[in-house]
Structure formats: C-alpha cells, structure tokens
Design a protein around this ligand. Structure first.
Ligand code: BGC
Length: 733
C-alpha cells in the first residue's frame, strides 16, 4: 500500500513538474519571440548565459588551416557547435541532451561551412557571380540549405561578400568578385536562398555574412594580414554588400581576421556596434572567426586571453568560435564589473533570437530522411548544372573555333584537369564526393558517345618538373584534329591560407601548351581555377579559352555541353584578369588618374589587363542599338529611364547580360571611372531582339557616401555606360 502511495505521489509530482515545464512562457509557441526571450533570459544563471556565447567543435575539422581538437564531452548547455558530420542522428542525440538533460532545455545551434553546396556541389562563388543570374544562385543556395538541414545543420558560414581585388589572395574564390554592387546582389540572393521566406521554414538555415569587414583588402594578397582600409573605402567599397544583406534579413555575421587600419575587425567597436547594431539595427548576432579572439594577442591589441575576450565582447562579438576565451574569462570580467550584465543579456538575447526564429525550441530535431532522398536529387543536380553552364566564361574564340564542328571525328583531350574530379569541386567542398562528379573526359565521352574518338593523355601533373608524359600527349595531339588542353589549379591552391606571389600557372603546365602548340593543330584551353590567372604567355598559343572555374559536381557535363555547342556560353567576368601579376591591383572601378594618355603607364608592359571585368563571349552575335534615355535632365525626385535594344543576329539562341554603369565626372569626392549600378540577363532567340531597361533612381544610383557613411547627392552631369556606349545626362536642383 505504502509503495503504491509512493508511486502515486512520484507520478503526480512528475506530472505537475511537466505541467509547470509546459507552462513556461519561453516554451509557449503562442507567445511572441521577444517575450519568450525575455522570459528565458530572466531565468538563466550567469553560467548558463556564458555557455550560449560559446561555440565548440564537434567532429574532426578537415580544414587544414584550423587545427582544433574535438572535445570528447560536449557540454549540453553549449550555445553552438561547428558540426563536422553529416549524420542527423548524431545531431539529434546531442540535441536531446541539450533539450532533456539541461535545466532549461535550450537547443544547440549547429553551424557548418556550407559554402557552395553541401553534397551537391555547385560552382565556387566567384564563378556564380560570372553567371549574372542571382535567381539561379538563390535556387542553388536553397538546395544547399535543404541538404544541410537534412544533415543536421541549421546555420551556414556563408555567404562571403568580401570585395576582393587582389588575385594573389586565395579567398577571391569565395566571394563575388571585385565589385561591391555585384557582391551585394549575389550576397542577397544567397541569403534569400538559405533563409527562404522565413527562418522557421522546414528547409531554411541561417546565413552568416563574412568576413566582416575589409578582409578582401589583405596587403599583397597575404592571408590573415594587416589591411589598410580608409574610412572612405570602408563605406564606399567594403560595407555596401554587408548593408544590403543585413537589410535582406541575414541572421548573423562573422567578424574577420584582418586588422582595419590598426583596429582588428574582431575588436572593432565602430564596425561591429556603431555601424552594424546602432546604424543598421541588426538584431541577430556576430560570431568570431576561428580563433579570431585569441589572435587579437598576435595582432597586438591584447596582452592576454582575458583582455582579448574583453575587447572582442565589448566591441560587439557575441559568440566566440572555438577558442574558449569567453568561457574562461567572461565570468571574472562580469564579477569585476568590467562587463555589465546588461551587455551579457543583450548578447544572449541576440543568440536566442536566432534560435527562436529558426524554430529550434519548438522543433529541435532533424527529420530523418534516407540518404538517397537527402542528397543529389535530380532537381538539385539540374540547378547545379545550369549554374555551372552559366558561370563558364568564353574568354577567347578566334575564328569561331567553338563550338566544335559537328563533322569533327577526333579530339586530343590533354592536361592534368582533363580527368580530374576532386579539383573540379574547389575549396570548401567538405561533403562533396568524387564519386558524384563527372570529369571533363567523362562529360565529353557522354556528349559524343562513339561518334568522336577522344584521345586522352594527362601530359603532366599540376606542378613539378616531370615532363615524361609530354611525348604521349604530343602523339595524342598529332593523331587528332583538335587539341583541348585542360589546365588549372588544384582546389587547395585557392581558398583560405592560399596566397600566391604569382597568379601564373606553374611552368610545367605552360610548357605542355608550348609543346602542343608546335603541332600546329587548333588548340583550345579549358581552365579550372579559383582566381584570375596570368595568361600572358598562354593566350597567344590558344585559339579559344574557356574559363570554367571550379564548377562542382556537374562540371564535366557542363563543360562538354559548352564545347559541343549544346549550351551557349553566357558568363561574363566578375573580376578582371590582369595581364601579369605585377598589374595587381587592377579593377574596373578605379578612380581616375591625374594624367591621361600614356603618362603613368607601365614602361615594360601594357597597362591594360588581359580581360576586363564584364568580358565574356557567346556563340550568338549580340548587337546593341543606341541607348535611349527618357530625358537629358532630371530632378532629384524624378526617375530616368534608360533603354537599349539588343539583337541576336547569330544562329544560336543565347543569353545576354547588360551591365549598366554610371560615372560622375565632377564630384566633391572623386568618383571611380565608372560604377556598376544594375544588370539584367535575358534570353534572346536567334534572329530576334529584346529591350533591356534600367530605371535610374537618383538617390540610389547617382549618390555617393562620404567617409562617415553619409549619403550625398550632388547635381551636375553624369554618364551612362553600356557596352562601350557613353551617354550624358544632367541632374538639376
Ligand atoms: C574561416 C572561415 C570559416 C571558419 C570556420 C575560418 O578559418 O576563415 O571562413 O567559416 O574557419 O570553419
């Protein structure tokens, strides 16, 4: 009897405590997120709060640059984990502990570097920008989000929107090129793809804008180094993509490794708090980059870990990635009253806000779906393929040697990239698998079935001095009608910690082309790389050059289709190709020179790059008629409509991107020679024409920012630049 009574008491106690649990305001879905946050923060101890501010590592980091040991016992109270696993069941076990074995049951936020696809790998970001198709990029990011979510990942450290103008810096591969507007447009597209309509949607993940800010300005292209960023260029060049993406609702940002003119980005109160939180009203949170808090010591602004933690936290970095400094030092800093508790509460609230918005409190576990239904779905592959096709840039096409003639009977396919799979995926493709990728050789074999004999020979490796394969390659060339040489960079030659003093391909690859050229056969270069290359010696040897970047899972078939003419190239460069490394930095939107003509040019080489930003050819012939404008004078309140009609006089239907630039020749602060303000890509049927239209909004398109971020609109003359045409108009008061 006693036992029964005891069981009864225990049961009713458990039920009441569960009921109490259920009644907790922060667990109630019907309450507003802000009320849930306030309720929860009000219940948390200092220790529980500090746990939220830390991110630990789960699994083995495959990024060779980041040595970080996995922790055997993950504390279930931890705010976030970098999840080096693709197993949703393991995530659910970790999450179960957080939900059920901690006092408050706060879910863990699982983050990961999903940079250009999770398992279905699509082209690197630099290539994506060359597609000029933000809708396609948005769709690709939505695929990545879905595959991530089904693998247990809620948050990606992407997009990278660092404007980068130095091709020696390996991370140019990870951003959208040299132009701030392009970075803004593609950054927004990718945020929208990842985050969907709402963060709480089934397949949405949170985006993280990185690396805030100025990281692309790395001196000499050296990674992790000092960056000189003047207040003017901060506002004019580096902040605009961030501002656009924050406005588009990006949930989080990552503070950068670099040092902004003496104040590291991770300890920069001006950028992290005054601009981001106070001016732009961002209400999500900032995570540090890997060890970036600890690195404040190396950067010379903190004497020890405690000071580093204090500086980063007070500047506005809410979450500490990996280095455990917040965990170790914030309790003491709060007890010493150096960090006010209100600041801790605000930081915790920001992190919880994203967890609530993601719906993690209400649906903390990943739905388990069979692996075959999780990845590489036909629709996902189709998006990856279309993006690979549209990001390929036809740089040169002498005598229209491409597309390959239909009567062709033999091709020599040569070079280290010709039958490579791994390198086609590019850096940051952790979960990408070679078995999913089609090489260029396989793509061509499929494309031509048995109709064309493909004589493959690797010729040489990516680097080194071994020329033993040259003879076989030359023989393959001699017995073929045309030579296709596939060269490029290995995937770890670009990306993080992949700076190069020269952007030329290694001499062995250049020598292979020189030898093949001697056969006198037509030669097509196919290049796969993560940065612009120095092509000064190779370009004269090639009849055609096809820049395929690192195109991902569907790369092989995309390239084969471009070569055969099944697909019409439509990519245009989002970054300038210098003639030689010595021209760096060279970018289209530079400021005008004090002397014109030949003065100030290089004495030894041309001052022109090999291919400017915006360069890219098609198999169609696009002809632009004269640009028309609605008026030659507008007031500040009026809009100006500019239109241009483009005809496709070629035989193939193709897509053309019209890039609309503006210049302001006289201004209180000198403006760049021209600035991209809008672009539009449209398909034009062979033999038909289409009109492209740009509606100029004076405040948005004709103004500039000063060194404090104030937007100023000065009246006077402006020019519209489109495809070599230049048209004047005036803004009157
Ligand atoms: C990189 C970041 C990346 C982070 C986490 C860092 O080394 O700079 O871009 O998101 O590692 O893997």
């Amino acid at each position: 009897m006693k036992l029964i009574l005891l069981i009864f008491i225990c049961c009713s106690f458990m039920i009441t405590s569960c009921k109490q649990e259920d009644n907790l305001k922060y667990k109630d879905k019907t309450v507003t997120i802000e009320d849930r946050i306030n309720d929860l923060v009000g219940r948390m101890t200092l220790k529980e709060k500090i746990f939220q501010l830390n991110q630990y590592i789960f699994g083995v980091n495959t990024n060779a640059n980041n040595i970080g040991e996995t922790i055997n016992e993950i504390p279930p109270e931890i705010g976030s984990l970098i999840y080096f696993s693709s197993d949703p069941e393991t995530r659910n076990q970790l999450q179960k502990k957080a939900m059920e074995e901690t006092r408050l049951g706060i879910p863990i936020l699982f983050g990961f570097d999903v940079i250009h696809g999770f398992r279905t790998i699509y082209p690197i970001s630099l290539a994506q920008a060359c597609s000029w198709n933000p809708e396609l990029v948005k769709n690709a990011c939505a695929v990545a989000a879905k595959e991530s979510k089904l693998s247990g990942v809620d948050w990606t450290f992407s997009p990278m929107i660092d404007v980068a103008r130095d091709a020696r810096w390996g991370r140019v591969a990870e951003g959208y090129g040299e132009d701030q507007y392009t970075n803004a447009v593609f950054g927004v597209a990718s945020v929208m793809g990842y985050q969907g309509e709402s963060l709480s949607d089934t397949f949405s993940i949170a985006a993280c804008l990185k690396h805030y800010v100025g990281y692309g300005q790395s001196e000499g292209g050296r990674d992790y180094r000092y960056t000189e960023v003047s207040p003017q260029s901060l506002w004019e060049t580096f902040l605009p993509p961030y501002e656009a993406c924050v406005k588009a609702g990006a949930a989080t940002l990552m503070s950068a490794f670099n040092d902004i003119s003496g104040v590291p980005a991770t300890a920069n109160h001006y950028t992290l708090t005054e601009i981001l939180k106070e001016r732009w009203k961002h209400d999500g949170f900032v995570v540090s980059d890997w060890d970036a808090v600890d690195q404040l010591i190396n950067q010379g602004v903190a004497g020890d870990r405690k000071e580093a933690g204090y500086k980063a936290f007070m500047a506005g970095v809410e979450m500490d990635m990996k280095d455990n400094i917040y965990m170790e030092n914030i309790p003491q800093l709060v007890n010493e009253k150096k960090i006010p508790i209100e600041k801790i509460d605000d930081a915790v609230a920001r992190i919880l806000r994203i967890k609530f918005r993601l719906g993690l409190f209400d649906k903390p576990y990943t739905t388990i779906v069979e692996e075959t239904n999780r990845y590489l779905q036909p629709a996902s592959r189709a998006i990856a393929k279309q993006l690979a096709v549209e990001s390929i840039v036809l740089l040169k096409n002498e005598k229209q040697i491409l597309p390959l003639e239909t009567a062709l009977k033999s091709i020599a396919l040569i070079g280290p990239m010709a039958n490579d799979k791994s390198n086609l995926m590019g850096a940051w493709s952790y979960n990408g698998k070679e078995q999913d990728v089609e090489s260029i050789l396989e793509g061509l074999i499929k494309e031509y079935k048995n109709e064309v004999s493909i004589n493959f020979s690797k010729g040489c490796d990516f680097d080194g001095i071994d020329e033993a394969g040259f003879q076989e390659a030359i023989k393959a060339a001699q017995k073929s009608e045309i030579i296709i040489v596939c060269l490029g960079e290995k995937k770890n030659w670009s990306g993080e910690n992949a700076s190069r003093s020269s952007i030329a391909l290694p001499p062995i690859q250049e020598k292979l082309v020189t030898e093949l050229h001697k056969t006198g056969k037509p030669l097509i270069l196919v290049l796969s790389n993560g940065r612009p290359l120095e092509l000064v010696r190779l370009e004269p040897l090639a009849d055609a050059i096809v820049e395929i970047w690192q195109p991902g899972t569907e790369g092989g078939s995309a390239v084969a289709g471009i070569l055969s003419g099944k697909f019409n190239p439509s990519g245009k460069l989002a970054i300038t190709f210098p003639l030689t490394t010595g021209q760096i930095p060279i970018y289209y939107n530079m400021r005008p020179s004090a002397r014109t003509g030949t003065q100030g040019n290089y004495q030894d080489i041309s001052t022109e790059p090999l291919y400017w930003f915006g360069h890219g050819m098609s198999y169609s012939d696009f002809e632009y008629d004269s640009v028309r404008i609605s008026s030659e004078k507008i007031t500040r309140e009026q809009k100006l409509i500019a239109e241009v009609t483009v005809s496709n006089s070629g035989k193939m239907t193709g897509k053309e991107t019209v890039l609309w630039f503006i210049s302001d020749p006289v201004c209180s602060i000198s403006r760049p020679v021209k600035e991209l303000k809008y672009f539009d890509k449209k398909e034009i049927q062979a033999g038909s024409k289409t009109t492209f239209r740009f509606e100029i909004d004076p405040m948005r398109d004709l103004s500039y920012v000063d060194a404090t971020g104030n937007r100023i609109l000065e009246s006077g003359g402006f020019y519209i630049h489109v495809n070599g045409q230049k048209l004047k108009f005036e803004l009157v008061d």
